[in-house]
Design a binder for this molecule. Structure first.
Ligand SMILES: [Zn+2]
Ligand SMILES: [Zn+2]
Length: 374
């Protein structure tokens, strides 16, 4: 007993024509023998079942007969022989079923449409190279010669793969690199495009292959590339070196080389955009009385900083123009210095005496402040 047509399509008895069409399209896509994961015979049987159900339910007359008389009613209309692929007219819109925007089902499953033949000019792969630089080098910029292991076109055979560059047009595909295969299937003849087996899709053959590249037309070698790392570069910046990647295929352009620049951390300075931050150590008397302090800048020079009387610990001092340059040069940011006290750990007896006196005084003035507040 054949299965119920409504059940096969997974729709209810009162499904609209549109529901039926949608269900059929979904199932047809899923169970098409050329895409189904089932064994061929099973897939074909399933597909036939789905198609038969649709054939009947999509036709108002046949559907009515089926609703009244079941399978017996419609089987007669199929001339007693049941379903035959040749009767099946709905395959006219198969391109419709498979999402067709002009391409045929064969294009979609066998890659005829969008696929490029293997011998089409194709860009080579892009490469990445990491460079680590110091913060000092962000200040000055740097030019670096790097050794990039990349694939280049073989010099010996001029990239052809044939000895001394001697190649012939493939006789099987006439240089196209692809051939059309036609086979019979339940839907009729199916044409598919595949890479030519004789030339593996290259469109060319050679009598003797190039020894150096073993016929591939490509060799791996280290290339020296000069990279200019501009001033003011940020950590993680990617510099694109056009055409410095792997060689292209079949005369296509080379890929690009991406140099990724990482900036190492610095012991003294912390970066904040174009500004630098550091600490400045001074003494308690100098904070109280005011004075000057010396500090090393990123370029290794000494800069003088004025400390005004009464400067607090944690205050921020600024030296203009001693930060980093803007990307690719230009004005420089500033150097910010956070004030810290250099607390001596070895103190002479004499100094201790001074400090005790100082402490007594500081203590009494604190008390006095407290009293006034009350
Ligand atoms: Zn060929
Ligand atoms: Zn070669």
């Amino acid at each position: 007993m054949p299965r119920d047509y409504y059940e096969i399509l997974g729709v209810s008895k009162d499904a609209t024509a549109d529901d039926i069409k949608k269900a059929y399209r979904r199932l047809a896509r899923e169970h098409h023998p050329d895409v189904s994961s089932d064994p061929k015979e099973v897939a074909e049987e399933k597909f036939k079942e789905i198609s038969e159900a649709y054939e009947v339910l999509s036709d108002d007359g046949k559907r009515k007969t089926y609703d009244q008389h079941g399978h017996a009613g419609v089987n007669q209309q199929f001339g007693g022989g049941g379903f035959s692929w040749n009767d099946f007219t709905h395959f006219d819109d198969i391109r419709d079923i498979f999402g067709g925007s002009g391409g045929s089902i064969f294009d979609m499953f066998f890659g005829g449409g969008g696929r490029r033949p293997r011998n089409a000019p194709t860009q080579g792969e892009s490469l990445r190279y990491d460079v680590r630089i110091s913060l000092e080098e962000v200040l000055t910029g740097r030019t670096e010669e790097i050794q990039v292991p990349k694939t280049s076109s073989c010099h010996d055979c001029r990239g052809t793969g044939g000895k001394d560059g001697k190649v012939e047009v493939c006789s099987q595909c006439d240089g196209a690199g692809q051939i059309q295969m036609v086979r019979n299937s339940p839907f009729g003849r199916i044409a598919s495009v595949t890479d030519c087996p004789k030339c593996s899709g290259s469109g060319k053959t050679y009598k003797e292959r190039c020894i150096k590249c073993r016929g591939s037309g490509r060799v791996s070698k280290n290339s020296t590339v000069s990279v200019t790392i501009p001033k003011g570069i940020e950590d993680g910046t990617r510099l694109r070196m056009q055409g410095e990647g792997d060689a292209g295929y079949n005369g296509g352009p080379s890929g690009d080389l991406y140099v990724v620049v990482q900036v190492k951390e610095h012991k003294q300075f912390e970066r904040e955009g174009i500004n630098l931050w550091a600490e400045i150590l001074t003494t308690y008397p100098r904070l109280v009385l005011g004075g000057t302090e010396e500090v090393a800048t990123l370029e290794g020079e000494t800069a003088k900083v004025t400390i005004s009387p009464g400067t607090q610990v944690g205050a921020v001092l600024r030296i203009q123009g001693k930060g980093l340059p803007k990307f690719r040069g230009g004005t420089r940011g500033d150097l910010f210095l956070k004030v810290k006290i250099d607390v001596p750990t070895k103190v002479s007896e004499e100094d201790k005496e001074y400090l005790r006196k100082l402490d007594d005084k500081a203590g009494s003035s604190k008390k006095a402040k407290g009293l006034f507040k009350k």
